[in-house]
Design a protein around this ligand. Structure first.
Ligand SMILES: Nc1ncnc2c1ncn2[C@@H]1O[C@H](COP(=O)(O)OP(=O)(O)O)[C@@H](O)[C@H]1O
Ligand SMILES: [Mg+2]
Length: 370
């Protein structure tokens, strides 16, 4: 599925803009602050129901207005519309009908945002990698969405209960903790099983994709790292439950849940050593790209939607070879949106690409011959 057109209404620095896109490649050129990221943000919001920049979506309403919206028309003629109101949040419409759950959006468009910060998927905290895996799960197995949110809720509840136990306010004693642990283990087991499935499905592809980007023989490997021993993949819940029991005294002291999928990670190695610790900036960035691309395209194999890549300033500072290889990979695998500040960053423009120029803030105009 790809994005055929967008309408931005009182969104960021746009008044009313309507643009038709190429199903293949779209290049947005403009100086700093002219609205390139704003445009990608509009598309992103229609794929995720939230922004990649702010938690407060009302910040997206044009200054001085009290409502704004973004609408997309997709290649199958369906439409997504997100209306943003200053006071009462947002409403999301699919084909004119209000969507009840934001997560229902995740299966309509397969948007992959790659911005300047995406290196953090490799360099940053484990929570980012867990989010990445869980988003992939929600896209592949929408029915897992409630398991993932319920699990987080149970972990918070356990945290509160441990505090109550410590202060002597807990009514249920450890019996309630037992019950919580069983629930946590049951849901946690499902989550870990799905995450292992995701990692299995991208393992080889990450290595191949990295080699294509870097154009060398370096070997990148990803593996699931669990905070508890997995003895039997068919019975992960049991392992979690056992580990929760053995960690209980420690957990009561630290008022934390020290084992479980919320403490797991995805490890990334380059030629056998952790890339987070030894890799260069360009290597970490390329590995991040390889993981994001592999996640997006492996879901494609399972009959999912063709990805829409929003590549925001992400090529700057990469060497020319990596830039060219990455662009080729993205072109092969999905619809491509790329922002640049000048022609110099582009290399060769494919003849099929639509080129949009922002010569002034908030006014993208398609080039006659592009
Ligand atoms: N809610 C808003 N209303 C109007 N303008 C906004 C709003 N939010 C951000 N802007 C403006 O958008 C510009 C940033 O646009 P952005 O798309 O990030 O630029 P770039 O082209 O460098 O990616 C800034 O000039 C900022 O003032
Ligand atoms: Mg920008």
């Amino acid at each position: 599925m790809c994005v055929k057109s967008v309408r931005l209404y009182r969104f960021r620095n746009f008044c009313v803009e309507e643009l038709e896109f190429s199903e293949k490649e779209n290049i947005i050129i403009g100086e700093n602050g002219f609205g390139k990221s704003n445009l990608l943000e509009g598309i992103y919001i229609c794929g995720f129901g939230r922004s990649f920049r702010t938690r407060a979506i009302s910040e997206c309403i044009k200054f001085g207005e009290d409502a704004g919206s973004v609408s997309l028309r997709l290649s199958d003629s369906s439409s997504i519309r997100v209306e943003i109101l200053a006071n009462s949040g947002k409403s999301i419409l699919y084909n004119g009908k209000k969507l009840r759950k934001v997560s229902n959006l995740f299966n309509i468009l397969n948007i992959v945002y790659i911005g300047p910060q995406e290196i953090e998927y490799v360099r940053g905290a484990p929570s980012l990698r867990r989010e990445l895996m869980d988003l992939a799960i929600m896209r592949r197995e929408p029915e897992m969405t409630s398991t993932i949110t319920d699990y987080s809720r149970l972990i918070r509840e356990r945290h509160f209960y441990l505090k109550k136990l410590a202060s002597g306010e807990a009514v249920g004693g450890e019996i309630y903790l037992d019950a919580l642990d069983e629930r946590i283990a049951a849901l946690g087991g499902k989550i870990v099983r799905s995450r292992l499935g995701i990692v299995d499905s991208i393992k080889e592809r990450v290595g191949e994709t990295y080699r294509r980007i870097a154009d060398n023989k370096d070997k990148v490997e990803v593996a699931y790292h669990s905070s508890f021993p997995i003895k039997d993949r068919e019975n992960i819940s049991k392992s979690i439950l056992e580990s929760l029991y053995s960690a209980r005294e420690r957990d009561k002291r630290y008022l934390e849940t020290t084992v479980g999928p919320h403490r797991d990670d995805l490890t990334v190695k380059l030629n056998g050593v952790p890339i987070r610790e030894y890799g260069s900036w360009g290597e970490m960035r390329s590995a991040s790209f390889a993981i994001l691309l592999s996640l997006a395209t492996s879901s494609l194999e399972k009959g999912r939607k063709r990805p829409v890549f929003l590549v925001d300033d992400a090529f700057a500072n990469l060497d020319a070879i990596r830039r060219k290889n990455l662009a080729a990979l993205i072109r092969e695998n999905g619809q491509f949106f790329l922002t640049v500040t000048g022609e110099g960053e582009l290399g060769e423009i494919s003849p099929e690409a639509f080129v949009f120029e922002l010569k002034e803030p908030g006014r993208p105009v398609r080039r006659e011959n592009g």
